[in-house]
Ligand binder design. Structure first.
Ligand code: PGA
Length: 252
């Protein structure tokens, strides 16, 4: 189980330090559950320092697919590594929708993350319109195939995929446990086709989209749900801690 918090563009430096300290405390009883937080770039260094000596890992919310250079405003994989990040989110639907990231951009970012030993959390998911038209599987399959182009199977064993139906993000509406399980099983089958049985079976598939303390159990109890990528509820240490607590019930 991996419980990951995506703080998005929330928390200034001081609030980030306070939230990080709260998460560190809440994660003390996480047992086998892996805990990750993804703060804004500006607070990554400070949050890494707060988490030092604990098991809580820290990740970036995106990266630029070059090591350095004239790319005003961007942050690279070596920069993320230099402050102590272990993970990076790639292809979040907000990056795709608001900042125009294409499937090809997601692929180059994922390859760049791998190159620098960052674990990519690859986000996929359909919009409401696509689900209403019954196209959710086609959309997710296309996103997966494009994002994993040229990915070496040997390099994919620690890959994380997050299924985030766009209609459930920040809306308070979640996929039903059945909808989540059906899509996670589908993603699992596509991953085993692409990466082989042993690697595909080992990829953690997180659910994201309005996961909260009150619905975490029904989602995390599904066979192919290996954790959560949590936005809103990751901004309160007590809520995030409550979800971590639920996840401890599902560690092997
Ligand atoms: P949410 O965000 O939990 O606020 O819906 C999830 C995400 O976008 O990662």
């Amino acid at each position: 189980m991996l419980i990951a918090g995506n703080w998005k563009m929330n928390t200034d430096l001081s609030k980030a330090r306070t939230l990080a300290a709260g998460v560190r405390k809440a994660a003390e009883s996480a047992g086998e559950v892996e805990v990750l937080v993804c703060p804004p770039f500006i607070s990554l260094d400070a949050v890494c320092q707060v988490m030092r000596g604990s098991a809580v890992q820290v990740g970036g919310q995106t990266l630029y697919p070059e090591d350095s250079g004239a790319f005003t405003g961007e942050v690279s994989a070596p920069m993320l590594r230099s402050v102590g990040c272990s993970h990076v989110i790639v292809g979040h639907s907000e990056r795709r929708q608001l900042f125009g990231e294409t499937d090809e951009d997601v692929n180059t970012r994922l390859l760049q993350a791998r190159l620098h030993d960052l674990v990519p959390i690859l986000c996929v998911g359909e919009t409401l319109q696509q689900r209403k038209a019954g196209n959710q599987r086609t959309v997710v399959e296309e996103q997966l195939t494009a994002a994993l182009a040229n990915v070496d199977i040997a390099e994919a064993d620690d890959l994380v995929v997050a299924y985030e139906p766009v209609w459930a993000i920040g809306t308070g509406e979640t996929a039903s446990p059945e909808q989540a399980q059906a899509m996670h099983a589908f993603i699992r089958s596509r991953l085993t086709d692409r990466l082989g049985q042993s690697v595909g079976a080992g990829v953690a598939i997180l659910y994201g989209g309005s996961m909260k303390p009150h619905n975490a159990d029904e989602l995390l109890s599904q066979d192919d749900v290996d954790g959560g990528l949590i936005g809103g509820a990751s901004l309160k240490a007590s809520d995030f801690g409550a979800i971590i607590n639920v996840a401890t019930g599902y560690t092997a």
